[in-house]
Ligand binder design. Structure first.
Ligand code: GDP
Ligand code: MN
Length: 399
C-alpha cells in the first residue's frame, strides 16, 4: 500500500526525521490558508498523487501551465494561482502512464534553499533478508537512469537485524554522500531514525529523492515515497487510515474485497487462474502466442463457487477484455466448483467474448461435463499451449 507525500512527511515528523514544514490542502482556499501559516518568502506547491516524477510531469490541460506538478511560489498570490491551475487537473509523469492522475490534493510547503540534492532509499532486500540502504550523490534524478549509466555512483549497505542500527552505518552513509562535519552526525541520526521507522511500520520501500543539503548546511528530506507491506497492515490501523482509494485501481479494490489477487494489465485476454505460478505461466504462454493478458486474476487454492463467480464477474466487467482464458489446475481446488462458478457468472452477466476453458486435476471429468451440459458456448482446451493457441486464434477472428 502506498501513501501520499504529505502523509509520509507526517511520519517523518513522528520519527524525528527532518523535513520542511507544510500542510495538505484540498481546495484553493485551504492552499492559501496553509501558505499563510508558513513564513515564506518561498513556498512550494506540490501535487499529491501516488506517482513520482511530478516535477518534470506535464498536465493534460493547457490551463494548468507547463511547469509540472512541483512549483516554487514567491508570494501567497502565486500559491493561489498555482493551486487554481493544478487542482482537478490531470498530471502525466513517467510513472503514471499516458492516462495520468487527477490532482485532488496539494501539499503547501516551506521552500528550501538547496545546495546539493542526494538520494536515499531503504528497502527489504530479499537476497540478504535485511533492510538495505541505497544512497547516491546523484539525487533529484531518476535513480534507474543513474543505476544504468553510472552504477559506481550508487552505494548499498545492509543492516543486520540482530544488531540493528550501529553508528558505523551512519558514518558509511555520510561518507558515501560526501558529508562533512556536523552533517556526519546528522546523517547518523537520520539513518537510525529511518531504520526504526521502516522496521516498526513494516515498510517494503522508503525512497527519499531528493534528500538535500541546504545552503545553511542542514540535511532535510524533501520528498517521501513510502510503500507498506500489505501482509502486515493488520497490525497498523493507523497506516490503513491513510489509504487513498481514489489512487487505486477500482477493479483491484473490488477484487480485494473478495480476497482475490487481481492485477490489471494492458492487454485484452482476461485470465482466471489458480495459483501465482500458474498465472505467470499462463501469461507467458499467451505472450508466446502473440497476444497480451488483460489481467492476472488468481482465485487461490480453495475457492468457493461464489468466489469464482465474483472473479469471473470482475473479468467480464473490464471493457478491454476481448477474450477469456480459464486455466485451472485442480488440486485442493476442484474442477466442478470452478465449472459451477463460471456458469453462475455467465448466467448473470451474459458473455459476449470467446471463452476458452482448460481444466485439469481433481474432478476434471465432472467439471467438463457440467460445462458441456450448461449449453454455454465454451471452447474446451486440453493443455496450456492448446488453450493459449485457441484463445489467440479466437481473437484474431474477431479482429
Ligand atoms: P517528484 O518530481 O515527484 O520527485 O517531486 P520532488 O518532491 O522530488 O520535487 C522535484 C524537484 O523539485 C526536486 O528534485 C527539487 O529540485 C525541486 N524542489 C522541491 N522542493 C523544493 C524546494 O523547497 N526548493 C527548491 N529550490 N527546489 C525544490
Ligand atoms: Mn522526488
Amino acid at each position: 500500500m502506498n501513501i501520499h507525500e504529505y502523509q509520509a512527511k507526517e511520519l517523518y515528523r513522528a520519527y524525528g526525521v527532518p523535513t520542511p514544514n507544510g500542510f495538505a490542502a484540498f481546495s484553493v482556499a485551504e492552499a492559501v490558508e496553509a501558505a499563510k501559516k508558513l513564513p515564506g518568502p518561498v513556498w512550494v506547491v506540490k501535487a499529491q498523487i501516488h506517482a513520482g516524477g511530478r516535477g518534470k510531469g506535464k498536465f493534460l490541460e493547457a490551463s494548468a501551465g507547463d511547469k509540472g506538478g512541483v512549483r516554487l511560489a514567491k508570494s501567497i498570490d502565486e500559491v493561489k494561482e498555482f493551486a487554481e491551475q493544478m487542482l482537478g487537473k490531470t498530471l502525466v509523469t513517467v510513472q503514471t502512464g499516458n492516462a495520468g492522475r487527477v490532482v485532488n490534493r496539494l501539499y503547501i510547503e516551506d521552500g528550501s534553499a538547496i545546495d546539493r540534492e542526494l538520494y536515499l532509499s531503504a528497502l527489504v532486500d530479499r537476497s540478504t533478508s535485511r533492510v538495505a540502504f541505497i544512497v547516491s550523490q546523484a539525487g533529484g534524478m531518476n535513480i534507474e537512469d543513474v543505476a544504468h549509466e553510472t552504477p559506481e555512483k550508487i552505494h548499498t549497505l545492509t543492516i543486520d537485524p540482530a544488531t540493528g542500527y550501529q553508528p558505523f552505518h551512519g558514518r558509511k552513509v555520510a561518507f558515501a554522500l560526501g558529508l562533512k562535519g556536523d552533517q556526519v552526525k546528522a546523517a547518523g541520526k537520520l539513518v537510525e531514525n529511518l531504520y526504526r521507522m521502516v522496521v516498526e511500520k513494516d515498510m517494503s520501500l522508503l525512497e527519499i529523492n531528493p534528500l538535500v543539503v541546504t545552503k545553511d548546511g542542514k540535511l532535510i528530506c524533501l520528498d517521501g515515497k513510502m510503500n507498506f507491506d500489505s501482509n502486515a497492515l493488520y497490525r497498523h490501523p493507523e497506516i490503513v487510515e491513510l489509504r487513498d482509494l481514489g489512487e487505486e485501481d477500482q477493479t483491484e479494490i473490488e477484487a480485494s474485497k473478495h480476497d482475490l489477487a487481481f492485477v490489471k494489465l494492458d492487454g485484452n485476454i482476461g485470465c482466471l487462474v489458480n495459483g501465482a505460478g500458474l498465472a505467470m505461466a499462463t501469461m507467458d504462454i499467451i505472450k508466446l502466442y502473440g497476444a497480451e493478458p488483460a489481467n492476472f486474476l488468481d482465485v487461490g487454492g480453495g475457492a468457493s463457487k461464489e468466489k469464482v463467480r465474483e472473479a469471473f464477474k470482475i473479468i467480464l466487467a473490464d471493457p478491454s477484455v476481448k477474450g477469456i482464458l480459464v486455466n485451472i489446475f485442480g488440486g485442493i481446488m476442484r474442477c466442478d466448483i470452478i465449472a459451477e462458478g463460471v456458469i453462475a457468472a455467465a448466467r448473470e452477466m451474459d458473455i459476449k467474448v470467446p471463452l476458452v476453458v482448460r481444466l485439469e486435476g481433481t474432478n476434471v471429468d465432472l467439471g467438463k461435463k457440467i460445462l458441456k451440459e450448461s449449453g454455454l458456448k465454451i471452447i474446451p482446451a486440453d493443455d496450456l499451449a492448446d488453450a493459449a493457441k485457441k484463445i489467440t486464434d479466437e481473437l484474431k477472428q474477431v479482429a
